[in-house]
Design a protein. Structure first.
Length: 178
């Protein structure tokens, strides 16, 4: 049996113009999971040796990363792959989805940029909301996403920089492609 490829090395951008997303944390769950390259698994993240469980509302969307990207620390990023929220019902950790970015929530976390691309699955059967741009989402949905990101981890002290449209999301993805 062939070993699974490192999911971080999948391409960010597909030839059809869509983007790939690797889901680490299913919507509706509270355990903070993070992709482990060495084992190709999604264990619960540890903080000070203790498993991280979000002590706030569960994740409002599927949370993960865009493979083939890295927010370079030298350019103000957090050094990780670009994060993504995929708006649809919960999918399993390790799922790779073809998505359409509709916007980006720009954040500062501990003084570093830690932006979150907001996307919809390309597969219409997975969609729970329709919007061609984040500004087309109901205001309440945008407010929920922003409020959640600013409050789910009080230790991080995230601060909102801005909510930007689809074009800005795609520009950010292209900027951070490695």
């Amino acid at each position: 049996m062939r070993p699974m490829p490192n999911l971080e090395h999948l391409p960010a951008l597909l030839p059809n113009g869509h983007v790939q997303a690797v889901i680490e944390i299913p919507a509706g769950t509270s355990d903070k999971r993070q992709y482990d390259i060495a084992t190709n698994t999604f264990p619960v993240d540890l903080r000070n040796g203790i498993p991280r469980r979000i002590k706030f509302l569960p994740y409002p969307a599927n949370y993960g990363f865009i493979p083939g990207t890295r927010m370079d620390k030298a350019q103000g990023g957090d050094g990780d792959a670009l994060d993504i929220f995929v708006l649809c019902a919960g999918v399993a950790s390790g799922t790779v989805l073809e998505v359409e970015p509709i916007g980006i929530i720009e954040l500062l976390d501990a003084g570093e940029r830690d932006d979150k691309v907001i996307a919809l699955p390309v597969d219409p059967a997975l969609r729970t909301v329709e919007a061609s741009d984040i500004l087309g989402l109901p205001q309440a949905a945008r407010d929920i996403l922003v409020a959640w990101l600013l409050n789910y981890d009080p230790e991080d002290g995230a601060k909102l920089v801005g909510v930007r449209d689809k074009a800005e999301a795609m520009a950010a993805i292209r900027k951070w492609v490695v």
